[in-house]
Ligand binder design. Structure first.
Ligand code: ZN
Length: 193
């Protein structure tokens, strides 16, 4: 544990910094799109070059054509979520095109899903969708029972908020618990600027 260890540590750190040339453009883009009512997607290469910057206007979700998907290998994709939710299963499925990282921008911070190994398991998106479906069936059951009881409008509104919140909590917990098993790390970067 002498000088050699220390110098290799320095090397490691400088590599980490140079491998994040993309960060300034990703963060500038995120500050620009944060809080928008429609979705905008920005794809940034490892070298910091902006490869895609698009919104589908009135649509809440941005779609990509084959040419655009081909640009994703080794790049960072960020986009805003107008409802401040975490990743959709569609977001995770896009990672199969070789993204190093996908990011979803909410008002108070950014959800991050980062690949930690080359042979990551992309069935995560499908499994996440299945788990959500099960949870959704449960919430739908609660909703249907409430409708049978003919609750008042305010009570139904309150229940709808509660159920929507429970879905979001379920999704965040599922990702936090399971991402590592597929070769990803799921984090949240609190907004600093
Ligand atoms: Zn998304």
């Amino acid at each position: 544990m002498g000088g050699r260890g220390a110098s290799s540590q320095v090397q490691k750190n400088s590599l980490a910094v140079s491998s994040e040339k993309w960060r300034p453009n990703v963060e500038a883009g995120e500050n620009r799109i944060r809080g928008r009512k429609t979705e905008t997607a920005i794809l940034v290469g490892m070298d910091g070059k902006i490869l895609i910057d698009k919104s589908d206007g009135h649509k809440s979700q941005v779609g990509f054509n084959g040419q655009e998907l081909a640009l994703m290998d080794g790049a960072i994709l960020t986009h805003n979520h107008p409802r401040n939710s975490t990743f959709s299963d569609e977001d995770l499925k896009i990672m199969v095109h070789g993204l190093k990282e996908i990011r979803a921008v909410a008002v108070h911070g950014t959800f991050v899903m980062k690949k930690t190994r080359e042979n990551a398991d992309f069935s995560m998106g499908k499994d996440y969708a299945l788990a959500q479906k099960e949870h959704l069936n449960q919430t739908n059951k609660i909703w249907a029972e409430a409708q049978m009881k003919r609750l008042g409008l305010l009570e139904m509104d309150k229940l709808a908020d509660q159920l929507n919140h429970s879905i979001e909590v379920f999704r965040r917990k599922w990702l936090a618990k399971n991402a590592k098993n597929y070769g990803f790390i799921y984090t949240y970067e609190r907004r600093t600027a």
